[in-house]
Design a protein around this ligand. Structure first.
Ligand code: LLP
Length: 402
């Protein structure tokens, strides 16, 4: 990929996505589950640009959504409604209503109180709500605490006993159809054992539900497959699928898998250019035009992203530096104390593995317009989101002249 050309053509800060890599990742996972019926439901929170969703939808992907806004994006991008799942611990009445009207595959319910709401709303609308229940299997996924979700101390899902009660309630209701079961223990998983354990626990629950005539059709294993940011040992998609499938013997289920990061993480690059260098005492700073508002993962999780500096200095000296943005926070950095060459203003800095939770977590903090996004596919590039303007940023503000 010619980053310099892209930066020249579209300016910086810029997100660039390798759509061919996205396709490869999707096909790897689809193939891994080929022994069973499966739906790969792309977790669109990872990167919800409509062109990205459309790309996966064209490959046959469904969508895992966490707001009605995401459901609407999925539909707009052409995702089959019977491959759309709506999860989340706090859905509003209007979101539930709309999801029922849009007739998506299932609403993933995360509490007893929510199940009662879905029941009441379905009744009001005269509809039958297809639901799944998110089970919290109390498994430590061994990942960053902020992205760990399958322990009782996390807010997600319900415990096994509560789930059983909920299925029995749903089974009795003429407005609820319990078609699925769901778990998601965390993100950026690099160990197989916790996934297998969780899958076993949930599969056993499916068996005990079957015994009381609750017939689950969709076994939704969530997302979470990790990617390589630095030197992580990764789980192979085939082993991942095998670990899950090995817990399902005797059960006729369609596997639903909700990968986000795995599909888009490594195919995304964040391009930013050097504005200045400066030295405070003995500390070297390289100041770039992108910032934490564009890519917050280093600031928020202390996440590592590989940084590539395309220096134009002839025989540059190499020394330790922090790469920082213009935002007025000390936490505004992309990398700290890394060995990089001397730079000239205008030199390009490429931040790798920025395709997942990059643009989608960006903001307008400090009244900074959000970056443009570009897709590269089959050797050609195209703009898929224009850079924001100042006018975009103030468009919703009213009454300020009174
Ligand atoms: N399904 C559910 C129910 C989820 O909550 C998530 C992610 C996924 C699927 C997709 O997980 P993935 O395959 O991408 O790991 N902002 C954080 C990640 C938050 C993940 C939230 N849930 C980060 O930048 O690392």
């Amino acid at each position: 990929m010619n980053f310099k050309e892209l930066a020249q053509k579209y300016d910086t800060p810029l997100y660039v996505y390798d759509f061919d890599h996205f396709t490869e990742q999707f096909n790897k996972l689809k193939k891994a589950f080929k022994a069973r019926k499966s739906i790969i439901a792309y977790a669109i929170k990872a990167n919800s640009n409509l062109s990205v969703i459309k790309h996966f939808s064209n490959l046959g992907s469904g969508a895992d959504c966490v707001s009605i806004g995401e459901v609407k994006r999925a539909l707009l991008a052409g995702v089959d409604k019977y491959k759309i799942i709506f999860s989340g611990v706090g859905k509003r009445d209007d979101e539930i209503q709309e999801a029922l009207i849009k007739d998506i595959l299932m609403i993933n319910v995360e509490s007893e109180a929510e199940l009662a709401r879905v029941h009441d709303i379905a009744k009001e609308l005269g509809k039958v709500a297809r639901i799944s229940i998110r089970v919290n299997p109390n498994i430590d996924p061994k990942t960053h605490p902020y992205i760990s979700t399958g322990l009782h101390e996390n807010k997600f899902g319900v415990d096994i006993e509560t789930a059983k009660k909920m299925y029995i309630f749903a089974q009795k209701s003429e407005y609820l159809n319990p078609v699925g079961i769901h778990f998601h223990i965390g993100s950026q998983l690099t160990e197989l054992e916790p996934i297998k354990e969780a899958s076993q626990i949930v599969a056993d629950l499916v068996r005990s539900l079957k015994a009381i005539k609750v017939d689950i059709k969709f076994f939704d294993v969530g997302g979470g497959l990790g990617i390589r940011y630095k030197d992580e040992e990764l789980i192979e998609p085939y082993d991942y699928a095998q670990a899950i499938l090995s817990t399902l013997s005797g059960l006729d289920l369609t596997i639903v898998c909700e990968p986000g990061r795995f599909l888009v993480g490594n195919g995304g690059y964040f391009l930013t250019k050097v504005l200045y260098e400066k030295v405070n005492g003995d500390k070297r700073f390289v100041i770039v035009d992108g910032a934490m508002n564009d890519l917050i993962r280093p600031s928020l999780y202390n996440a590592y992203h590989k940084v590539e500096v395309l220096s134009s200095v002839k025989n540059p000296e190499i020394s330790k530096a922090n790469i920082v943005g213009p935002v007025c926070e000390s936490g505004d950095f992309f990398a700290k104390n890394i060995e990089i060459p001397q730079t000239n203003p205008g030199d390009l800095v490429v931040i790798h593995s920025a395709g997942a939770y990059g643009f989608t977590m960006s903001s307008n903090y400090n009244t900074r317009p959000r970056a443009a996004e570009v897709a590269v596919e089959n050797g050609s590039d195209r703009l898929i989101r224009r850079r924001e303007t100042f006018e975009d940023l103030i468009a919703c503000e009213i009454d300020y002249m009174v």
